[in-house]
Each structure stands twice: as C-alpha cells, then as structure tokens.
Ligand binder design. Structure first.
Ligand code: ZN
Ligand code: ZN
Length: 275
C-alpha cells in the first residue's frame, strides 16, 4: 500500500523522518509521498530533500490555500522551479479552504489558478485541498480546464456528489483516516460510489490519525487502518484493496511510485542523521 499524502518532513516525529519511514516499511507500506506546502519555501524544500534522500519516497510541492496570501512573484518563481524537480510527482496541495479562511478567498482563488496552470505546463497532476468550497472548486476546475490536468482530491471529506463530479473530470479521490471515525460524514457512501480504479488512501500525517490511534500523532504506517476500512466498505479482500489503490497511485503519479521503501530506508537510518 502507498500513503499518498503525508507531511513527514515536519518536525516532531519520533526518530525523525527516517524513523517514520523505517516503521512504515515494517508495516508493509510500499511508498510514501511527502507533501510540502507551507507559508514559505522551507516545507516544499524539505519535501524534495526527503524524496532525494530516501528511496521509496516522492514529493508534492506547492503553497497551501491557508497560506495563499503570502504568495508573491518571488516565492511563486521558486515554487515553479522546485516543482520541476524529478522527485516532485504532483503540484499542491492547492485549492480552497473556506472553512478556516486563513487567507482571503480572493488570494486562495488566485493561487489555486496558478497551481493549475503550473501543473499543466509541467505535465504533472494536481493535489487538491478543498473544504466548504465544493461549488467554487468545480467552477475553477471548469474555468481553468483542469480536466486536462487531472489529479487527486486529497483528504476527501466532502459530499458523495462532489466526489463523483470530480471523478467525472478525471480526478482521483483520496480517502483519509476520517473514514474509520464514528462520524465519517458521507465518506462511507463516497467509498461505495467512487469507482475502485479512482480510489487512493492517505494519512495526511501528522494530522487525523485513524481509529484505533485517533488522538495520537498520525504517521504513514497507520494508513493500513484506512485501507482495512475501505476493503470492508467495498466488500473486497485486503489484498484486492491494496492492489487496486497501489496501482491507482502508480498510474496517477508515475513510475517513481514503483520504487519500494524498505531495506534502503533501514540503511538510511544508520547512515544518515534524521531530517
Ligand atoms: Zn490538505
Ligand atoms: Zn496535507
């Protein structure tokens, strides 16, 4: 299985990023995508550094909608350059978050459009974060012809209808640990309705640990709980759920995701300081 969205370059993981990856490999995780999308370049650079240092990892780089107000020409030029690196398999996370409105909506929309245009130029998929903004997200997808770009709606927590509309535009839907919670919103219906060849799984570490780890710091090894729940909802075996979601991630993000975590991560721990 593959954790398609984890902020493992952040501080605070036991044993650092190397520790996280050794535990993930031991839990049977095949590959981890490290997301860097902070208010400045540091997180995006951190994600690329992880993907360069540890085999079995890749990066997603951009500026989170929360931080959209900080994007000026210089920061954006640097993000464009980073996103062109071969370790970067998608552009984002970007989109609209009208739940928190940490940045003004107009800034979020402007920066969202820039990410879509960049992803198109680079020929890489988008990683979309959207909350309380489904209609506006779809409007911008249409206006920017995002169908030609494609990508994933990460940490999906919206309506089943929105999931199906996104799938209709060529997007994948990534299921977070929320699906294991007592109140998963419409996630059960969404997992049932989205075609199996469009489902991905993720942790969004260090946030939103799935049951029975809820409240702990989340990390990629816990994606196994989310996969288990997806298999149960779909009425398929764990092996089939794992094979399908892994193949989906490899199809969307490319051949880099064929490279496994494992021995190399274990060797990296002894050879290199934790990031
Ligand atoms: Zn997000
Ligand atoms: Zn995230």
């Amino acid at each position: 299985m593959i954790d398609t969205h984890a902020h493992i370059a952040m501080d605070g993981f036991e044993g650092g990023t190397a520790g996280v990856l050794v535990r993930a490999a031991a839990a049977g995780i095949h590959h981890v995508i490290c997301v860097g999308a902070g208010a400045d370049l540091a997180e995006a650079e951190g994600a690329v550094a992880v993907a360069q240092r540890f085999s079995g990892t890749s990066a997603i780089c951009g500026i989170h909608p929360h931080e959209a107000q900080h994007v000026d020409a210089a920061l954006w030029a640097a993000i464009e350059q980073l996103c062109a690196a071969p370790e970067v398999v998608a552009v984002g996370e970007t989109g609209l978050d009208f739940h928190y409105n940490s940045s003004p909506p107009a800034d979020q929309e402007r920066v969202f459009r820039e990410h879509i245009r960049l992803a198109r130029r680079l020929g890489k998929p988008l990683c979309i974060h959207t909350r309380n903004a489904e209609q506006d997200t779809l409007r911008i997808f249409h206006e920017e012809n995002a169908r030609e770009v494609g990508g994933v709606i990460h940490c999906f927590s919206g309506t089943r209808d929105f999931a199906l509309q996104a799938v209709g535009l060529g997007f994948y839907v990534s299921i977070p640990g929320i699906v294991t919670f007592k109140k998963p919103g419409e996630l059960i219906e969404t997992v049932q309705a989205v075609p199996l060849d469009r489902l991905l799984i993720e942790t969004d570490s260090p946030f939103l640990a799935p049951m029975p780890h809820r409240g702990k710091r989340n990390e990629p090894m816990f994606v196994a709980e989310t996969l288990k729940k997806v298999a149960e909802i779909r009425g398929i075996s764990l092996e089939d759920a794992s094979a399908a979601t892994t193949a989906n991630a490899q199809r969307l993000f490319g051949a880099r995701l064929l490279v496994r975590l494992g021995e190399t991560a274990a060797r990296a721990t002894s050879a290199l300081p934790a990031l």
